[in-house]
Ligand binder design. Sequence first.
Ligand SMILES: *Cc1c(COP(=O)(O)O)cnc(C)c1O
Length: 351
Amino acid sequence: MKITLTQNKKDKPEANKLGFGRHFTDHMLTMDYKDGAWQEPQIVPFGNFSMHPATAVLHYGQGIFEGLKAYKGKDGSVSLFRAKDNFIRMNKTAERMCMPKLDINLVMAALIELIKIDADWIPSEAGTSLYIRPTMVATDEFLGVRPSHTYKFFIILSPVASYYANGLQPTAIMIEDHYVRAAVGGTGEAKCMGNYAASLLAANIANERGYDQVLWLDAAEKKYIEEVGAMNIFFVIGDKVITPQLVGSILPGITRASAIDVLKAEGISVEERRISVDELEQAYNAGTLKVAFGTGTAAVISPVGKIGLHGKDLVVNNNQMGTLTTRLYEKITGIQNRTIADPFGWVTIVK
Ligand SMILES: *Cc1c(COP(=O)(O)O)cnc(C)c1O
């Protein structure tokens, strides 16, 4: 691997001004694909790309990404959470989008090297972390719809604040019954760029109505709950924990899988099955809808306090963070920060 260190180190943002995805470290990883093979990865000073205006990704959206985090422990050690699972998922997404697969061991080693070089950018205040964005884009300079022959893979790093600047605040989500995110057979289970562009209009409408995010339904019947668009969704109805099963249109979240494993280890089984809006509404009316929360790398566990349905709100747990949600948040973030033991083998020590 070729490493070129910057001569112009940037000032680091103050911990209370981090925000999310606004600041980037001094270096990035890049690796080009041409002539049917990945070329040597390089660590270079963080900087702009120069692109031909006909670059394929700019027109036809053949681009994919991942999101994961590195954490600085109290002892100054640095660790990654389930990073290999992100690259396994990226390879699945690549397959769906006719893009080349990564050598997972190679990109893991390259990522670890990059993080070591920029380790002093990782904030250590409670809840903060280093957000990692691996990305792959089609780079053929050509107008025409076909898979590109050349690609650029890159990883950029962004120090981020706790998702919850003011403590864990329940979010309000709106059930969307007109627009759809993904259909079975489409790209819903792939982390590809176009999915997010397609979700913006519904998100804007939800925001205008006072909701934070959209709760998507299945595209065929608009009857079954799928996910929140950057988070998977869980409900507790009676004494059962339920999450929509991965039917092909839902992104297989790593935090989702982690939450299921943590609950299982506590002796709580999670039902992965279809759950309809009708079932949710009936449970609400019967008083058995106890808890709702989302899972995703950015927020980890996000309590849901209100679910908008046909102009009315299903208020969950008095719009408060419940005990199960709190416990899950503390357990998963504890494993990530290495303040509690990791019985699952999820953590990779970087240094
Ligand atoms: C990334 C993502 C998630 C969450 O996945 P994690 O691996 O838990 O971060 C959920 N839904 C969508 C659509 C996503 O893009």
